[in-house]
Ligand binder design. Structure first.
Ligand code: HEM
Length: 356
């Protein structure tokens, strides 16, 4: 702790400096009579907080102060938050809406805009009321309310990371593939940094294939990724009072689990598997939903190649889904550290996960 100079004042001097430790320290004024060489050895990382401390010269004496965070999110807190998300999933069966939350934060990305955060994407902007009120986000305030207590418990995890962590954990806990995720996403800080309304896809546009391509190509995603990601509808339900799509309830949803009602795409709508592709291909059960943007996956010649493959081969679906989901989760994100906090999962190219 700084004793004679307020730690805020010292911190702000450190903050203003470059990201390299040496450059950062060079801005701190050494006492004129001393030739003092700072090095990385002056940093002490706390295993829990990962907040480095640094020795500074101020007001005639040396003291130790904490520097600002060294990463957007704290790896240990991410790990604990993941455990809390698992508990939440067990009690609330909210896997689908958490997946939707992560997707809608990331899916606003526009690859044609370079500047962050104007380009949109996974930056936590969906926590602001102005964006939650976009028509496409109807109902997602419920997802935010579910994970807000976890956010409050782990202040060292950004919203942007928490949204993606919640979504990835939900997929994995529902029986889906392990996802090659990374963390360290920086949050936007004010509502005026939210993207404008209209960047997410509509379910019933005049030309569904053209519309899907327009929206997903803008995100830098391709036909294979459009089809694989649509497979997330193996989870969850559509509710007429939210999106305007689906039945108020069906034989598969009238008893929950979780809040009853809505229309699911699949019979076991809390299980992540390839049944979405089988069911939308068959279109045999009036109680199962097929949106125009789902149906087109078996109508458009290019989409159809992937949709047929995924209906036949769950392993192929899982592999492509895992890659596409991780890519989606990184869209538009600004990472600190720039390479992200990499947490490969066990089973993902043989590596063991920090976030197991
Ligand atoms: C391809 C374009 C897409 C369209 C037009 C679309 C549309 C919709 C609609 C209308 C709903 C119902 C929302 C409600 O009434 O509560 C919904 C739910 C859902 N969407 Fe999508 N979606 C698309 C892509 C995706 C993608 C890429 C993902 C994830 C990777 C995803 C994940 C989900 C999930 C999990 C739900 C269920 C939410 C719940 O049960 O609360 N969707 N989607």
């Amino acid at each position: 702790m700084a004793s004679s100079l307020s730690s805020a004042a010292v911190s702000s001097r450190i903050f203003a400096a470059s990201s390299s430790a040496t450059a950062r320290l060079s801005l701190l004024r050494s006492p004129p009579s001393l030739s003092f060489s700072y090095s990385l050895k002056s940093f002490h990382f706390s295993a829990l907080q990962r907040r480095p401390s640094v020795i500074v010269w101020s007001s005639g004496r040396f003291s130790t102060v904490s520097t600002p965070r060294c990463a957007a999110s704290d790896p240990n807190q991410l790990k604990s938050a993941r455990e809390d998300i698992k508990e939440l999933l067990k009690s609330k069966f909210c896997h689908p809406i958490l997946v939707r939350l992560g997707w809608h934060d990331a899916g606003t990305y526009n690859k044609n805009i370079e500047a962050w955060p104007q380009r949109g994407g996974a930056n936590g902007s969906l926590r602001f009321e102005v964006e939650l009120k976009h028509a496409a986000n109807a109902g997602l305030v419920n997802a935010l309310n579910l994970i807000q207590p976890i956010k409050e418990k782990y202040s060292g995890v950004t919203y942007a990371d928490l949204f993606q962590l919640a979504s990835a954990t939900a997929i994995e806990e529902a029986g889906g593939p392990k996802l090659p995720m990374k963390y360290g996403r920086v949050d936007v800080s004010a509502p005026n940094e939210c993207p404008e309304e209209g960047r997410l896809p509509a379910a019933g546009p005049p030309s569904p294939a053209d519309h899907l391509r327009e929206v997903f190509y803008r995100m830098g995603l391709n036909d294979k990724e459009i089809v694989a990601l649509s497979g997330a509808h193996t989870l969850g339900r559509s509710r007429p009072e939210r999106s305007g799509w689906g039945k108020p309830e069906t034989k598969y949803t009238k008893d929950g689990p979780g809040a009853p009602g809505g229309q699911s795409w699949t019979v076991q709508w809390l299980k992540f598997d390839n049944s979405y592709f089988k069911d939308i291909k068959a279109k045999r059960d009036e109680d199962l939903l097929v949106l125009p943007t789902d149906a087109v996956l078996f109508e458009d010649p290019s989409f159809k190649v992937y949709a047929e493959k995924y209906a036949e081969d769950q392993e192929a679906f899982f592999k492509d889904y895992a890659e596409a989901h991780a890519k989606l989760s990184n869209l538009g994100a600004k990472f600190d550290p720039p390479e992200g906090i990499v947490t490969p999962c066990k089973g993902w190219r043989g590596k063991t996960s920090l976030l197991k």
